[in-house]
Design a protein around this ligand. Structure first.
Ligand code: HEM
Length: 445
């Protein structure tokens, strides 16, 4: 049954998206190109063109609106009349239910703080935030340094080149989260697989992936239930032990809330941090003079990471649902419509940053919403910044010269997340010249 329903559903979704995109292109104002590749390689001219037409525009494809102005994006993120609870969107729930069948899907069947509004969100966030206190996150630095060193040690360097994404940026954030949760090293690989499946499950155009995401959710819940049982018997310094003990006004996380929010941490913290590392290194490799500046001091490196977050944000959009009809900037927003809040466009709004299309790590003030804004502001941002800083420090120390060896970058196919899929680097300029001359020699034969 599953083998028949899922492909039919996928084909139907693709036809609907194809039609809606054309409706938007010819009758709306938010689609600047019908070529999906073009907008994936460089989406920014399109975002700028859309913002020039207006900060809030009707989008038929998203059954709602696209918001591209910095001021408007931040205002919506503070507005109690918009919701992040998609389990109340009957259309979306129906698609997910059809695709997932009997498996439970995160944020639809198992709510997390990210998919909830106050007061439920406020309560959960207060409890989970106890596992993300600044002092605790900073205390993880030596562990993260060791994990980065271990990954770097595994790279076979005889060829003088390696793929930073595969060797470091992709595995590291999942391993860090597993380590924080007190997962034995032999079981960490499970986190990498679950993370990939859970993230794939957010692609509403692909029912098979939605089901796989649900399967990962169920497997990880079962694993966490068993892990939590062990921690209850012998609590440690790890995040799970802290969350089991976390208490606020006599309130605690239920077992289900604990599992759902731990799974959220993996989904929210893995791919995003991977892409921050990849995007920042890609940008520095393409701006060698700024790479030099970033290598000079901790302060410059921190600025480079913030500018990279602004210029190439790992999360490109945040979605919200209109809870009650309202008029904003003469636009009549109806209850149930979707708001696509574009982080990428807001960060490049000239009203927020001067010369926004220039990558400049020496900017005096870097304004961005790459970690969100308002009540759902990223809970893991200090962890992400710490991980990225350690990665660059370790890379800079180990490799005084790093050179980009890839040709055209592959920016992937997911418009919600942006980042290079592979990042091939050479570890010395002379090695690269050698490599190029060998390639030229082979090519000329
Ligand atoms: C560069 C890396 C990261 C980026 C760009 C990023 C981005 C974001 C964004 C944009 C949001 C807001 C989503 C919305 O309002 O709809 C968010 C929320 C969140 N992030 Fe991150 N994130 C990163 C890393 C992390 C890490 C490492 C963790 C934890 C391990 C984490 C945990 C969370 C959580 C739990 C929320 C939900 C907070 C709430 O609902 O109150 N993130 N993140």
């Amino acid at each position: 049954m599953k083998q028949v329903v899922l492909p039919i559903l996928k084909a139907a979704m693709q036809v609907v998206m194809w039609v809606l995109k054309r409706v938007d292109y010819y009758f709306g104002q938010t689609v600047t190109s019908l070529n999906p590749l073009e907008s994936l390689i460089d989406p920014y001219p399109g975002f700028n063109a859309v913002r020039d037409k207006g900060p809030i525009l009707r989008s038929y494809m998203n059954n709602g609106w696209i918001v591209t102005g910095y001021k408007e994006v931040t205002e919506f993120l503070r507005d109690q009349r918009v919701s992040n609870d998609f389990s109340k969107n009957a259309f979306m729930v129906r698609i997910v239910r059809l695709a997932a069948g009997d498996v439970d899907v995160l944020n639809i069947d198992n709510p997390t703080m990210l998919g909830q509004d106050p007061p439920d969100h406020t309560r959960l966030r207060k409890l989970v935030a106890k596992g993300f206190l600044h002092k605790y996150v900073q205390s993880l630095a030596p562990t993260i340094e060791q994990l980065v060193d271990d990954l770097l040690d595994e790279i076979p360097l005889d060829s003088g080149r390696f793929d930073v994404m595969q060797s470091l940026a992709r595995p590291l954030p999942a391993i860090v989260i597993a380590e924080m949760m007190g997962v034995p090293a032999s079981e960490r690989h499970l986190f990498e697989r679950w993370s990939e499946q859970l993230l794939g499950g957010t692609d509403l155009g692909n029912p098979a992936l939605i089901r796989k995401g649900g399967e990962a959710n169920m497997e990880m819940r079962a694993y966490l239930a068993e892990l939590a049982e062990r921690k209850r018997g012998a609590p440690g310094q790890d995040l799970i032990s802290q969350l089991i003990m976390a208490e606020e006004d006599g309130d605690k996380l239920s077992a289900d809330e604990l599992y759902s929010n731990c799974i959220l941490l993996l989904v929210a913290g893995h791919e995003t941090t991977t892409r921050l590392i990849g995007n920042c290194l890609y940008l520095l490799l393409h701006h060698p003079e700024q790479m030099e500046v970033a290598r000079q001091s901790e302060e410059n490196l921190v600025n480079a990471l913030e500018e990279s977050l602004r210029y190439e944000p790992p999360v490109q959009f945040m979605a919200r649902i209109v809870k009650e009809s309202m008029t904003v900037n003469d636009c009549k927003l109806k209850q149930g419509q979707m708001l696509m809040l574009s982080i990428a466009a807001a960060n490049r709004d000239p009203a927020a940053n001067e010369n926004p299309d220039v990558f400049d790590i020496k900017r005096k003030k870097i304004t961005h919403v790459s970690f969100g804004y308002g009540i759902h502001l990223c809970l893991g941002m200090s962890l992400a910044r710490l991980e990225a800083k350690i990665v660059f420090n370790r890379l800079f120390n180990r490799f005084p010269e790093l050179v980009y060896l890839g040709e055209k970058p592959n920016w992937g196919t997911n418009p919600m997340f942006r980042g290079v899929e592979t990042l091939l680097v050479g570890t010395s300029i002379s090695g690269v010249q050698e490599h190029l001359s060998v390639e030229r020699h082979v090519a000329s034969r």
